[in-house]
Design a protein around this ligand. Structure first.
Ligand code: HEM
Length: 216
């Protein structure tokens, strides 16, 4: 029972960290690319306005915001190698023979930056996911930050709901800017690469309320 409880605790802790890291990356990308942030504000003001708070039910009507989240997962998937998997039988991947019981990792960070499948892969450009059938649920191998198949993350829906909704609230509620004399060009986007991709330097930003006080 104690083992089950501690496993549950670490699962929830890892899941929460992945979720908050994704939100931090999304804000960082938007601060690095101010025209994308501007487009988020425009979409939010047009679809939701400033007289009420954005709700979960608004998310399907915010395609640009959803594209921002996908683009964040493409460039900075919080689990860059997913979790290690093992082959259950001999198989062939491309020209490679993989024996049974071989540890296999999927480098989704590198896949997301592959110029063969993604033009200008190092540029943060949510537009590429507007009107695109590519989804994050493990059906499209250009973008599968939650894994695919039987062992994929069981919390995809929960995580997507949290990431999209929190980001929507943060964008609607505050005008974000970089601190001091920091410019988008100088913003340090270096990563710490491990089981999770986190920022080398935590994001620091100013947040000025853009809604009336009674909505906070
Ligand atoms: C942005 C947030 C999250 C991301 C990017 C993420 C990503 C992943 C990835 C890549 C895997 C491994 C899949 C594979 O190797 O095929 C995984 C597994 C898992 N995730 Fe998440 N996850 C997130 C949030 C969460 C949350 C919030 C929870 C639970 C509260 C959670 C619970 C789990 C569990 C239990 C597994 C293991 C599934 C298995 O081995 O069968 N995850 N996740």
């Amino acid at each position: 029972m104690r083992l089950a409880a501690s496993k549950l605790q670490s699962t929830v802790a890892t899941g929460s960290l992945s979720t908050s890291a994704t939100i931090e990356w999304a804000l960082a990308h938007l601060l690095k690319y101010p025209h994308c942030m501007k487009r988020c504000y425009e979409e939010m003001d047009t679809v939701v306005g400033r007289r009420r708070c954005v709700e979960e039910a608004d998310i399907p009507n915010l395609p640009y915001l959803r594209a921002v989240v996908k683009e964040t997962f493409r460039l900075t998937p919080t689990g860059p190698l997913l979790l290690p998997h093992f082959t259950t039988s001999d198989c062939k991947i491309g020209e490679y023979d993989i024996p049974a019981k071989t540890a296999v990792s999927f480098h989704v960070w590198a896949i997301g930056r592959n110029a063969l499948t993604t033009p200008n892969p190092l540029t943060f450009d949510p537009e590429r996911f507007l009107n695109s059938p590519i989804d994050i649920r493990g059906q499209h191998f250009e973008l599968f930050p939650f894994g695919a198949g039987r062992r994929c993350c069981p919390a995809i829906d929960l995580s997507m709901a949290i990431v999209q909704f929190t980001l929507a609230r943060l964008i609607q509620s505050f005008t974000w800017s970089l601190i001091g004399d920091m410019t988008p060009e100088k913003l340090d986007m270096r990563e710490v690469f491990g089981m999770m991709i986190t920022r080398l330097k935590p994001l620091e930003a100013n947040a000025i309320p853009r809604l009336s006080p009674d909505l906070f």
